[in-house]
Design a protein around this ligand. Structure first.
Ligand code: UDX
Length: 445
C-alpha cells in the first residue's frame, strides 16, 4: 500500500474536522488538535460539534481503525507531524478584513514546536499575502530556538467545501489547488493527494498568492452569479416576467451553465458574505477599485430584506400584534449553520416591530435559540405546529420537507392563507388555484 503521511490538523472546527477525517479516510495518520478542552473531550467521546452528513460515520470508522485521533497537545502533535494544516477560524474583523488572531497563534505554536522538515499548510481562507507573513513568523521563532538550519515550506491549499456536501466535495473534488514557491513542497503535496489524483481528480500547482486568490475569486464569482440573478428577479417583477423561466432560457447555454443561478433571499453562510467583503478590503488597501464586488455585496444586503418588505407590503407598516410562522432558519438546507442567514436578520426586524414569531427548522432550532433567545419567538419541532393561528407563513430555506408540504394543511392551520416564499418552492399559478395569497422572488404575484 501507499505510505501513510503524518498530519497534524490545527483547529477542529468545520473545515478542520472535515479535512482531517477525509485525509484519514485517504489512508493518512491524522491528529486533530484544538485548544478547547470541551471540544476535544466531546470528540474523544464520539460527539461532533457540527452537523454534516456522513461525517460522523467517517470519524467513527477512522478513529476505530487508528488513523484519526484527537488531542489538546498542540506542541507534541506538531512535533510528530510532517504536514501541519492550519484550519482555525478567521472571523470577520470590524472593517470586513479577516481576523488572523487564531491563525497567528497557531503559527507561533508551530514555530515553537517543529523538530524536523515540515510543510505548513494554510487551509483557513486567509487574505492574500498571509502565507508569506506566516513564513516570517516561523523563521523568526526557529532563529530564537537556534534552529536556523531547520527547513520548512509554506503551502496554500484552499478548500472549496460546501456545507452539507463537504465530505463528498473533499473526496471528489473538482480540483485541488496547491500554491508554493518551492517545488519540493509541491511534490510532497502531490504525494499527499495521490489517493485522489490517482482516481483522476485534478491538482493544479501555482504560486502562493495565486492559490490564495483562487479561493476568493471562486467564491466571489459564485456570489456574483447569485446577486446578478437576484437583480434580474427584481427586473422580472417590474416587467411581469418570471425569473424561473428566464433562468431556463439562460442555463442551457454551455457558456453560462446551470449552477448558482437561483434567485432567492440572498446568500448567507460563513463564506460568501465574509469572502466578498475580505477581497474588497484587500483590494481597497492596495488602492484597487472593486466596483463589481461592492455591487454584489450591496445587492445581497438588499435581497436579504425581501421577505420583510413583502410582510410590510401586505400588512402595512404597523405590524404590532401580528403572528408569523417562519419555516427554515439555516442559511441553506442540510446544515444547522445560521451565520449571516437571511432568516435571522428578518426575524430580528420583525420582532422589533412587535410581531410574534413561530419558527421551525429541522436542525437549526438550537443554534437559532442561542442567537435569538425567547423574546417574541416560539420554537417548534413540528413544521405544522409552527403554523397554528399565524397570519402568514415565511419560507427562508428550501428544506425538502417544505417543498413536499401538504398545502391543504398549511391553509387550514394559518389564520389567513398568506405565504411569502423566499426560495420559489411552489408554482405561483397552482398556489393561486389553491386559494393562497402567494408571493415569491421574481415571479408573478
Ligand atoms: C460556499 C462555496 O460553495 C464553497 O465552495 C466554499 O468553500 C464555501 O462557500 P457554502 O457556504 O457551504 O459553500 O454554501 P453554498 O451551497 O455555496 O451556498 C451559499 C449561499 O448561496 C446560500 O445561502 C444559498 O442559499 C445561496 N445560493 C446558492 C443562492 O441564493 N442561489 C443559488 O443559486 C445558489
Amino acid at each position: 500500500g501507499r505510505a501513510a503521511m503524518k498530519i497534524c490538523m490545527i483547529g477542529t472546527g468545520y473545515v478542520g474536522l472535515v479535512v482531517g477525517a477525509c485525509l484519514a479516510e485517504m489512508g493518512h495518520e491524522v491528529i486533530c488538535v484544538d485548544n478547547n478542552p470541551a471540544k476535544i473531550s466531546a470528540l474523544l467521546n464520539g460527539q461532533l460539534p457540527i452537523y454534516e452528513p456522513g461525517l460522523e460515520r467517517l470519524v467513527e470508522r477512522n478513529v476505530l481503525e487508528s488513523r484519526l485521533s484527537f488531542s489538546l497537545d498542540i506542541s507534541e502533535s506538531v512535533a510528530q507531524s510532517q504536514f501541519i494544516f492550519i484550519a482555525v477560524g478567521t472571523p470577520p474583523a470590524e472593517d470586513g478584513s479577516a481576523d488572523l488572531t487564531y491563525v497567528m497563534k497557531a503559527v507561533e505554536q508551530i514555530g515553537a514546536s517543529i523538530r524536523d522538515y515540515a510543510i505548513v499548510i494554510t487551509k483557513s481562507t486567509v487574505p492574500i499575502g498571509s502565507s508569506e507573513r506566516i513564513r516570517g513568523i516561523i523563521e523568526k521563532q526557529l532563529k530564537n530556538r537556534g534552529l536556523t538550519d531547520l527547513e520548512f515550506d509554506i503551502v496554500s491549499n484552499p478548500e472549496f467545501l460546501r456545507e452539507g456536501a463537504a465530505v463528498n466535495d473533499f473526496l471528489n473534488p473538482n480540483r485541488i489547488v496547491v500554491g508554493s514557491s518551492n517545488p519540493r513542497a509541491l511534490a510532497y503535496m502531490e504525494k499527499l493527494y495521490l489517493p485522489l489524483t490517482s482516481k483522476g481528480f485534478p491538482i493544479v500547482h501555482m504560486d502562493i498568492a495565486s492559490a490564495e486568490l483562487a479561493k476568493y475569486a471562486s467564491n466571489a464569482m459564485l456570489a456574483t452569479r447569485i446577486s446578478f440573478m437576484n437583480e434580474m428577479a427584481g427586473i422580472c417583477e417590474a416587467v411581469g416576467a418570471d425569473i424561473e423561466r428566464v433562468r431556463q432560457g439562460m442555463e442551457l447555454d454551455h457558456r453560462i451553465g446551470s449552477y448558482f443561478l437561483s434567485a432567492g433571499v440572498g446568500y448567507g453562510g460563513s463564506c460568501f458574505p465574509k469572502d466578498v467583503r475580505a477581497i474588497i478590503q484587500s483590494a481597497t488597501e492596495r488602492n484597487i477599485p472593486t466596483h463589481i464586488l461592492e455591487a454584489v455585496d450591496k445587492v445581497n444586503h438588499k435581497q436579504k430584506k425581501k421577505l420583510f418588505e413583502m410582510v410590510v407590503g401586505h400588512f402595512g407598516e404597523d405590524l404590532k400584534g401580528l403572528r408569523l410562522a417562519v419555516w427554515g432558519l439555516s442559511f441553506k438546507p442540510e446544515t444547522d449553520d445560521i451565520r449571516e442567514a437571511p432568516s435571522i436578520e428578518t426575524i430580528e426586524q420583525l420582532r422589533k416591530r412587535g410581531v410574534q414569531i413561530q419558527v421551525h427548522d429541522p436542525v437549526a432550532l438550537q443554534n437559532a435559540y442561542q442567537a435569538l433567545g425567547e423574546e417574541n419567538i416560539t420554537y417548534f419541532t413540528g413544521l405544522y405546529q409552527a403554523l397554528m393561528d399565524a397570519d402568514a407563513l415565511l419560507i427562508f430555506t428550501e428544506w425538502k420537507q417544505y417543498r413536499s408540504a401538504d398545502l391543504g394543511r398549511i391553509k387550514s392551520l394559518l389564520k389567513q392563507p398568506v405565504l411569502f416564499d423566499g426560495r420559489n418552492l411552489f408554482n405561483p399559478y397552482m398556489m393561486k388555484e389553491e386559494g393562497f395569497v402567494y408571493q415569491s422572488i421574481g415571479r408573478m404575484k
